[in-house]
Write a protein that binds this ligand. Sequence first.
Ligand SMILES: Cc1cc2nc3c(=O)[nH]c(=O)nc-3n(C[C@H](O)[C@H](O)[C@H](O)COP(=O)(O)O)c2cc1C
Length: 360
Amino acid sequence: MTTAFDPIRVGRTDLKNRIVMSPMTRSRAYGPDQTPTPLMATYYAQRAGAGLIISEGIQPSTAGQGYPDTPGLHTPEQVRGWRGVTDAVHDAGGVIYAQLMHTGRIGHPDNSPTGATPVGPSPIRAAGQMFTHQGMQDFVVPEPLTSAQIEDTIADFAAAAANAIEAGFDGVELHGANGYLLHQFLSDNANKRDDDWGGSAENRARLVIETTRAVATTVGADRTALRISPANPLNDIDEAEIAGTYSHVLAALNPLGLAYLHVLESRAPEFTGVLRAAWHGALMLNPATPGGRTGPEQLALIESGATDLLSFGQLFIANPDLPARLARGLELASPDMSKAYGGDERGYTDYPALTEARSA
Ligand SMILES: Cc1cc2nc3c(=O)[nH]c(=O)nc-3n(C[C@H](O)[C@H](O)[C@H](O)COP(=O)(O)O)c2cc1C
């Protein structure tokens, strides 16, 4: 029987186990111009026991930044900063993918280095508010992208993916989940376009497909992955119909031979089996855990064959050596979520690993 502690080859990389650190924004890129810092290198290296680390969401362009103090991958300084992170992870025996996240309409001019209005598929404001250094503020009406700007956005993703490889990442995951730009295009409540990029399910799926193709062409399909979250209402997404939309996505991407498909299960757990059956490659699952967080009980999903890899978010914040603890059935620490976004080493790099935890 295959277990979470068995190795697996994903794309062109061998992973020592099937336990993945899920991408988590931590808003601590305090280097000049959204550059990663040595503290971030320490944080990721502490978690190198994961079969695969997926970085926090990284903006592929200035326009892609929606949150304060998130890192970029579009300048030479940012590439140099990330090299410090990937070297530290590799030295500790880990593997790390970069998650490329364009937040689209989920942003605020006060979080943009240029003060720009966020962009989106259509001029439809998301319900809700955004963290800014000035406090919580309502989302704004986004500037709809022109078709020329859509082509530029795809090119930005491809360029950032090339930068990720130059910075030493083992691959790239595109953030097509959680209500950010690619998910906004997929969703018929955020995307009301009547051109080739909106309307039908096929047209709404076009941006995620074309972006994935462009990135796969640039860095190799075996170093390219996609994260989706069908029916996830986060960030004011309302996907009336998921079967048609995502069948277009999978049909177009199956022939490419991507490294993996990462599914955040959210509100449609029954759809996971449909995706599992339709997807020809490796599946990574971040299961819905109603009222809680993904925990040890989900390791059985690998044993049953429901998924090939399992990703954990919050438990990796508080348990840097999570795979070792899971393997030995040891107790798990709970994260202090008040320190999730921004701040210093507290609630970030000061969670002890197993050995310190046991002597404490
Ligand atoms: C602090 C925090 C930041 C997150 N940032 C991201 C992100 O940048 N990209 C992403 O795809 N998901 C992000 N997520 C979602 C996680 O990857 C994961 O899907 C979610 O936490 C559910 O998994 P869990 O129950 O194991 O925590 C974030 C979650 C948390 C708690």
